[in-house]
Design a binder for this molecule. Structure first.
Ligand code: FE2
Length: 469
């Protein structure tokens, strides 16, 4: 375990313990009688308070029992609703108790989670619940009393709970796997923040029903069904996403399998592209586009006949034109899939050259979509370091990197090559560095001149980098 992670975990556990003890003294349960389950006598007893806390703890335990695993590996449950309800009714200390005990998972009871892992998880939830309770109490203190302001206080408290919990989880995961925390925050919150926070008003409603005289604790059981259907919706979402990713992976594999020399090519290009994208600090959405674009970039090769795709000798001009149509064909194949709109420019332009002599549209410099420039570099490195029918001995990583450096500014975006050098793929590889004579970004006049040239029908000879199709 990294030292910084150890330190963060220790501080988190200490903070959780201090928060629990302090709120226990400051926000005593007796001051929040509405959290108790009243058994008859209007005066609230200690036993009725314990019964009330136990009820919410059990509700949280049941809501946590069916977690859904998100694509990033984080487990999501609908337990935010009963925790928010308990905090709204019983204050920060009650919220902390319910979060501490109620979120115990079955795998923890079975001893499948190391004790320090459980301690850190629960400390994070306690700190978040205390923050939620403090926010609710603070707003209640300053805002005029009323149902609307109480709802507002609870929803803002839920935002604090969700935000702080997400931050803590992202820091722990970020320190553990060495990923930027900001990126994890964006990746994990995207798509789920809104739906999880939608559970906050539901939690508030549960609390109000529970505290309404004549209604009672049992009315909160009516919320079990909407909570369960929300959980089912999460599960379906993850299932659909997995199915989509697997289908795309299968399609990419089908393309790679046609040519025994390109097995796993798409998967490798995907991994290299994503690593370059991370180094260039592209957005989470762009990283996802690189993932799927990397897998699908050569899908248009489905339309290239075997006698051309598998030909061992050099292609004729006509054959090269058929081969070079694959980016356009690939974009046409993918175009009807609206979910893949962001990947279309990557697929269409992954063979454009930085100096405008690529294909199919002879774009140059920044005209080429950034993600297509990234993929082009990843594609070239992968192709150069793998055996091909026309070059049975692949280049070494040193030779391939030298080619990328040599053709930076001609074929590749120099900034993309710089970013590639910082990835693990170029680790311990001797880097000749940027070209001594930096090539300028192509100018508009060059752009005008190229339109009068005949259409590009083959890569410039002399470069192994130029050989990839
Ligand atoms: Fe290609």
């Amino acid at each position: 375990m990294p030292k910084t992670l150890k330190l963060f975990n220790t501080l988190l556990v200490v903070a959780g313990a201090i928060a629990l003890v302090t709120t226990g003294f400051v926000f005593r349960l007796e001051d929040f009688p509405s959290v108790a389950i009243n058994l008859g006598d209007p005066a609230v007893t200690g036993g009725e308070l314990v019964l009330g806390i136990s009820f919410w703890t059990l509700a949280t335990f049941l809501a946590s029992a069916l977690p859904v695993q998100m694509p990033g590996g984080i487990l999501v449950t609908v337990s935010i609703a009963p925790i928010i309800a308990a905090t709204s009714l019983g204050g920060p200390f009650a919220g902390a108790l319910v979060a501490l005990i109620g979120t115990t998972e079955i795998r923890e009871l079975r001893g499948r989670v190391p004790w320090y892992g459980s301690l850190v998880n629960h400390a994070g939830l306690v700190v978040s619940a205390v923050a939620c309770g403090l926010v609710i109490e603070l707003i209640r203190e300053i805002a005029p009393a009323g149902l609307l302001s109480d709802l507002f206080a609870t929803v803002v408290g839920a935002v604090a709970y969700f935000g702080l919990n997400l931050l803590i989880v992202s820091v722990v995961v970020g320190l553990k796997v060495g990923m930027p925390i900001k990126q994890l925050l964006v990746e994990d919150s995207r798509g789920f923040a809104a739906s999880l926070l939608a559970l906050a008003p539901l939690g508030w409603l549960m609390a109000r029903m529970y505290a309404t005289p004549g209604a009672g604790w049992w009315t909160t059981l009516l919320f079990a069904l909407p909570l369960y259907t929300t959980r089912v919706a999460y599960h379906r979402f993850v299932e659909m996403r997995d199915m989509f990713t697997q289908t795309i992976g299968a399609l990419a594999e089908a393309v790679d399998k046609r040519d025994p020399f390109t097995s796993k090519h798409s998967q490798n290009v995907r991994m290299i592209s994503v690593d370059i994208g991370r180094e260039m600090r592209v957005s989470a959405g762009e990283l996802e586009a690189l993932e799927w674009g990397g897998l699908l970039h050569d899908v248009g090769k489905i339309g290239v006949p075997d006698n051309i795709l598998l030909k061992q000798e050099r292609l004729t001009r006509e054959e090269r034109m058929v081969m070079n149509a694959h980016p356009v064909l690939g974009a046409e194949i993918i175009a009807p899939v609206t979910k893949l709109a962001a990947e279309l420019p990557i697929i269409r332009h992954h063979h454009e050259w930085y100096n405008g002599s690529g294909y199919p549209d002879r774009l140059m410099g920044d005209e080429i979509p950034k993600l297509a420039r990234i993929l082009h570099c990843a594609d070239a490195f992968e192709a150069m370091t793998a055996a091909r029918p026309y070059r049975m001995t692949p280049l070494t990583n040193e030779q391939a990197l030298a080619e990328l450096r040599k053709f930076a500014g001609i074929q590749f975006d120099p900034e993309v090559v710089d970013a590639f050098v910082r990835t693990k793929w170029a680790e311990d590889v001797r880097d000749p560095g940027r070209h001594a004579d930096p090539r300028p970004i192509p100018l508009i006049s060059q752009h005008a001149a190229r339109t009068s040239q005949p259409a590009f029908d083959g890569p410039a000879p002399g470069s192994p980098a130029a050989d990839l199709a």
